[in-house]
Design a protein around this ligand. Structure first.
Ligand code: FAD
Ligand code: MLT
Ligand code: ZN
Length: 529
C-alpha cells in the first residue's frame, strides 16, 4: 500500500512536464497525492481555552514572590478609571481568564482589568498608574507560554483588546498599519483582501494579538521565509510607563535616522512600554502553495532532507517543520478529527512552498521528494496543492502543542540549538525523566533551528521539574544555543536569562528598564529578576 503511494509521488515528479501544460497559471494549485480526505476540521485555536490542567494555586504563594513596593488599589482608583474609560471597560469581577496563563501554570490575583479604546486612553491610564505607583501588566490574547501576560501578584491588567482596528493596508507599498489589539488572523484577512499576507503565522493566530506578537517577537512557521519581526515591523507607537507617547511609526523600509528605537519594543514583553500601533511590511500572497508531509527514519535523514529542501526548493521554501512520532501520536490520540496521511515513522517533516507559478513550484517539490526517496532519505509522504488539504495538513502541526496539554500538564521548552545537536536533548530528557513523564517529545521550526522540547505529565510534578530544570538550560548554554528561541523570558525563565545573555548585556537591560520605567510599574517580576 505505502509502496504504491510512494511510487505515485515519484511518478508525479517525472510527469511534471505534462502537469505544466494542464494546470492553470494563476490561483492555488490543486493536485494532491495520497491524502485520505477528512471533513471535520475544528476551527483554529479561537475557541481554545488553554491547558486541561487544573486551576493552579496563586503564583505569589507557590513561588514565594516578594510583592514589589507598589501602591494597593483603592475604590478611588477604580472610580477614576471608570470616569476615564467608562464603567463597561473597567472590570472588577470574573477576572479568572485574565489572571491565569494559557498553560495554567501561573495565576495572579488582579482585582482590576482595564480596557482602553485608544492610545490617548492607554496614556492616561499609565500616567495615573505611574503617579500612584500602581503596577500594570499589558495583556494581548493571553496565549503567551512563559507566564508573561498575567499578573504575578495584584497588578492591574491592561487589556489591549479594544484597540483592534486595521487602520490601512496599502497594496502598492505592501505596508499595513494596525492597532496592537487586532487579532492576528483578522489582520491577515484584511491583508489578504488586497492580495497581501501578514508575514507571521502561528497556531494561536485566532486568539493572539499583533501587539502581543510584536512584544514577544513571535516566530511561528514562516520565519524561514520572511525572517522575524525585527525585519517586518517598520514602526511602532508605544506608550511609556510615564504616559508619554513615543511615536516611532515609519512607512518606509529604509530609515537610518539615528538609533532604531522601535527594536526596543519588539520582544521586550511589555516591560519597556505598551505597544499601541505598528506598521508592518506585508508580502504579496503566494498564488501557489504546496505542502509535503513526509515520513523519515532518522534524524540524520531529517537533516539531509532539510539541506536538500534549501538547495532544491530555494526561494519558494516557506516552512520547514519537524514533528517526532510521540508528538504526532499524542495529537492524533487527543483529537480524533485529525487524520495523518502517513504513520509509523520516528520523524515527520512538513515542508511548504509558496510561489507565483503553480506548475513550476509543483515540479520542484515533486522532484525534491522523488530525489529524496530515491536516496532513501524520505520514506513516504503526501504532497498537495489543494487549499483544503493544505489546511488539513497544517492543522495536524497546529494541534500538536494542544494535544500535549489537552489532558495533561506540560513543561514546555523553546530552545535554539545547532542543527547537528538539535534532537539529542529529547532522548537525553526522556532518559532523565524516566517513568515520571507521560510523554517526552520534540517538534518545532527546524528551518530556524528552533526546537520545542515538551515534557508532559498528569499534573505539575516537582520531581520532573527538578530533573528538567535547570538541566535543559545548562545543556542549551553549553551548545551556545538560546534558552528562548521565540516565546520569550516572561516569568518562567527570568532566573535563567544568564544562560543566554552576557552579564554586561543584562546590566544594560536593567539600565534601559530604569530609564524608560523609573518606578518599575510595567510588567514587574518578568524578564529581569
Ligand atoms: P499575550 O500572551 O497576551 O502577552 C505576551 C507578552 O507580551 C506579555 O509579556 C505581555 O505583557 C506582552 N504584551 C502583549 N500585548 C502587548 C502590548 N500591546 N504592548 C506591550 N506588551 C504587550 N509563539 C511563537 O513565537 N511561535 C509560535 O509558533 C507559537 N505558537 C503557539 C501556538 C499555540 C497553540 C499557543 C497557545 C501559543 C503559541 N505561541 C507561539 C505563543 C504565543 O501565541 C505568542 O507568544 C504570541 O505572540 C503572544 O501573543 P498574545 O497577544 O497572546 O500576547
Ligand atoms: C509551536 O510552534 O507550536 C508553538 O511555538 C507552541 C509550542 O511551543 O508548543
Ligand atoms: Zn513555535
Amino acid at each position: 500500500m505505502r509502496f504504491q503511494q510512494l511510487m505515485h509521488v515519484r511518478r508525479l515528479a517525472s510527469a511534471a512536464a505534462t502537469t505544466l501544460m494542464r494546470r492553470p497559471t494563476t490561483g492555488t494549485t490543486a493536485t494532491t497525492t495520497m491524502f485520505p480526505v477528512t471533513s471535520h476540521i475544528a476551527t483554529t485555536v479561537r475557541t481554545m481555552a488553554g491547558s486541561g490542567a487544573p486551576i493552579p494555586e496563586l503564583t505569589q504563594i507557590t513561588d514565594n514572590v516578594q510583592r514589589g513596593n507598589y501602591a494597593t488599589l483603592t475604590d478611588k482608583d477604580v472610580a477614576h478609571f471608570e470616569q476615564l474609560l467608562g464603567k463597561n471597560h473597567v472590570l472588577t469581577e470574573d477576572l479568572e481568564g485574565y489572571n491565569i496563563c494559557f498553560l495554567k501554570r501561573i495565576r495572579g490575583n488582579s482585582k482590576l482589568v482595564l480596557k482602553p479604546a485608544n492610545t490617548a486612553e492607554v496614556a492616561a491610564v499609565l500616567q495615573y498608574c505611574n503617579e500612584r505607583r500602581l503596577a500594570v501588566v499589558p495583556q494581548g490574547g493571553n496565549t503567551g507560554l512563559v507566564g508573561g501576560s498575567v499578573p504575578i501578584c495584584d497588578e492591574i491588567v491592561l487589556s489591549l483588546a479594544r484597540l483592534n482596528k486595521v487602520i490601512s493596508v496599502d497594496e502598492v507599498t505592501g505596508i499595513a498599519v494596525v492597532e496592537a489589539g487586532c487579532i492576528l488572523e483578522n489582520f491577515d484577512q484584511k491583508a489578504r483582501d488586497v492580495g497581501l499576507t501578514v508575514p507571521l503565522d502561528l497556531g494561536a493566530k485566532a486568539s493572539c494579538h499583533i501587539g502581543g506578537n510584536v512584544s514577544t517577537n513571535a516566530g511561528g512557521v514562516r520565519v524561514v521565509r520572511y525572517g522575524n519581526l525585527h525585519g517586518s515591523v517598520l514602526g511602532v507607537e508605544a506608550v511609556l510607563a510615564t504616559g508619554q507617547v513615543l511615536d516611532l511609526m515609519s512607512n518606509f523600509k529604509k530609515d537610518n535616522t539615528g538609533y532604531h528605537m522601535k527594536h526596543l519594543f519588539i520582544g521586550s514583553e511589555g516591560t519597556l512600554g505598551v505597544v499601541t500601533k505598528l506598521s508592518m511590511l506585508c508580502p504579496h500572497s503566494s498564488r501557489a502553495v504546496n505542502v509535503a508531509f513526509i515520513g523519515l527514519n532518522s534524524f540524520d535523514d531529517v537533516l539531509k532532507t532539510f539541506v536538500s529542501a534549501k538547495r532544491n526548493l530555494g526561494e519558494i521554501l516557506s516552512s520547514c517543520e519537524l514533528i517526532d512520532e510521540r508528538a504526532l501520536n499524542t495529537a492524533l490520540q487527543q483529537f480524533k478529527f485529525l487524520n495523518s496521511p502517513i504513520s509509523g515513522y520516528p520523524f515527520y517533516m512538513l515542508i511548504e512552498t509558496s510561489g507565483s507559478n503553480g506548475d513550476h513550484d509543483e515540479e520542484k517539490i515533486n522532484q525534491f521528494i522523488g530525489d529524496g526517496m530515491e536516496r532513501g532519505e524520505i520514506q513516504d509522504g503526501t504532497v498537495t496543492g489543494d487549499p483544503g488539504k493544505v489546511q488539513e495538513i497544517w492543522k495536524i502541526r497546529e494541534m500538536v502543542p494542544l494535544g500535549l496539554i489537552e489532558k495533561s500538564f506540560c513543561f514546555k521548552y523553546d530552545i535554539s540549538l545547532p542543527l547537528r545537536d538539535f534532537y539529542n536533548i529529547v532522548d537525553v530528557m526522556r532518559e532523565r525523566c524516566g517513568p515520571y513523564a507521560t510523554v517526552v517529545c520534540g517538534y518545532g521550526h527546524l528551518g530556524d533551528s528552533n526546537l520545542h522540547l515538551n515534557v508532559s505529565c498528569e499534573e505539575f510534578n516537582d520531581e520532573i521539574y527538578k530533573r528538567v530544570e535547570p538541566f535543559v538550560y545548562e545543556y542549551t548554554s553549553k551548545l551556545k544555543g538560546s534558552i528562548s528561541a521565540e516565546h520569550g523570558i516572561g516569568f518562567l525563565k527570568k532566573d535563567y536569562l544568564h544562560y543566554s545573555k552576557d552579564p554586561v548585556a543584562i546590566g544594560y537591560m536593567r539600565e534601559m528598564k530604569r530609564l524608560l520605567d523609573p518606578n518599575g510599574i510595567l510588567n514587574p517580576y518578568k524578564v529581569l529578576n
